[in-house]
Design a protein around this ligand. Structure first.
Ligand SMILES: *Cc1c(COP(=O)(O)O)cnc(C)c1O
Length: 385
């Protein structure tokens, strides 16, 4: 009935009730069959399935070792510990990222020091990193935020010059490239996440990648009770082992990644070209040296917009478009860090937190979904809201 009523109006009716989610899983029969195969095999913990996932992941990234763990946060923690970071050390992290980038440093017993971001890419600013280096600094964590690679060349040079280790937080950047290399292969170690919303999703899960044999050996101990052979423990460790069930899902997800990135890139191209006609929105950029993986499509809403960022978020949600803010606070303003005595430090991060808005970009969006989103923004631009 409703359908019959609406059909003649479709052309003129932009706001047919739509529900556009921020993320949508790309899980189909292949993952279901892979999980069933593992369950029937009787081997659900770490074993050949996880090892196959590790091998395939390492091969895809172009790196010597990949070590599966329980989450991206744990992967960061393991990378830090394996590189010898601990009490008394400082680790420079961007002030604008998901909190795990910084809390993994705290969990390792070290102190995160926040560096500001470049507003061009929202990634850590190498010039500000230089300002934040002290004689306690041991490492830099470069986050490839939203799926766009950080300035790895500049960061690499700083690390070589100051004898620091470089860790990549690639939790949002599976498949992103920097100068033709996949991220995850560009530092001493890298951390990936397979949380449900990420571009490779296993529910929870993570991966450490590294070209360093010493880091690989150390992560193996850390994730398995410091065990070198059955019930023989040489050092303190945890249980961070991935299950075969997750690995089975991950292997299928990895096979789909390139195709899904291409769809996301097409969606991004469409949104970018449409949105660039609107003066108060700045779409994300892709530097010519990089391949953006478009985990998120995050735009800057200028102060000259007809609606403030927060009002626009509210309005888009009222139209059924699940927009989001990544992230509403710079890390130094999080209660956790304020309570630890952190003060104002990073003006660009603070500005970004007030102006950014992420628009759905996932691989399940139809052309009509994308047009629907653009039409809402165009209406706002023309005062129809
Ligand atoms: C998701 C994410 C993490 C943490 O990964 P989990 O698997 O959720 O623990 C770390 N850093 C960034 C930038 C992330 O987006």
């Amino acid at each position: 009935m409703l359908k019959i009523l609406l059909t003649p109006m479709v052309g003129g009716l932009k706001y047919l009730v739509r529900r556009i989610k921020m993320f949508e899983l790309d899980i189909d029969d292949e993952e279901i069959e892979a999980v069933t195969r593992v369950l029937r095999s009787g081997w659900i913990v770490y074993g050949p399935e996880v090892q196959a996932f590790e091998r395939e992941f390492a091969e895809y990234i172009g790196v010597k070792h990949a070590l599966a763990v329980t989450s991206g946060t744990v992967a960061l923690y393991c990378a830090l510990k394996a590189l010898g970071i601990g009490p008394g050390d400082e680790v420079i992290v961007p002030d604008f990222t998901f909190i795990a980038t910084a809390t993994s440093v705290l969990c390792a017993g070290a102190r995160p020091v926040f560096a500001d971001i470049e507003l061009k890419t929202y990634n850590i600013d190498p010039d500000d990193v230089l300002e934040k280096i002290t004689n306690r600094t041991k490492a830099i964590i470069a986050v490839h935020l939203y799926g766009h690679p950080a300035d790895m060349k500049a960061l690499r040079e700083i690390c070589e010059d100051k004898n620091l280790v470089l860790i990549e937080d690639a939790a949002q950047a599976h498949g992103a490239k920097y100068c033709n290399s996949y991220v995850g292969s560009l530092g001493d170690a890298a951390a990936f996440s397979f949380y449900a919303t990420k571009n490779v999703a296993t529910g929870e899960g993570g991966m450490v990648t590294t070209n360093r044999d010493d880091v690989c050996e150390k992560v193996k101990l850390l994730r398995d009770h410091g065990q070198v052979r059955k019930y023989y423990h040489v050092e303190l460790g945890w249980n961070f082992m991935m299950t075969s069930i997750q690995a089975a899902i991950g292997r299928v997800q990895l096979k789909k990644l390139e195709k899904n990135i291409e769809v996301r890139r097409k969606n991004a191209e469409f949104l970018r070209s449409e949105i660039s006609k609107i003066k108060w929105i700045r779409p994300p950029i892709e530097l010519s040296t990089c391949r953006h993986a478009y985990h998120l499509f995050t735009v800057w809403i200028d102060d000259s917009a007809p609606l403030s960022r927060d009002k626009l978020v509210e309005y888009m949600r009222s139209k059924g478009v699940e927009v989001a803010v990544h992230y509403p606070l710079p890390l130094h303003q999080q209660p956790l860090f304020k309570s630890m005595g952190y003060r104002e430090c990073c003006p660009n991060a603070t500005e970004a937190s007030k102006h950014v808005m992420s628009i759905p970009i996932h691989q399940k969006l139809s052309r009509e979904d994308l047009e629907y989103i653009v039409n809402i923004l165009r209406d706002v631009d023309e005062g129809r809201f």
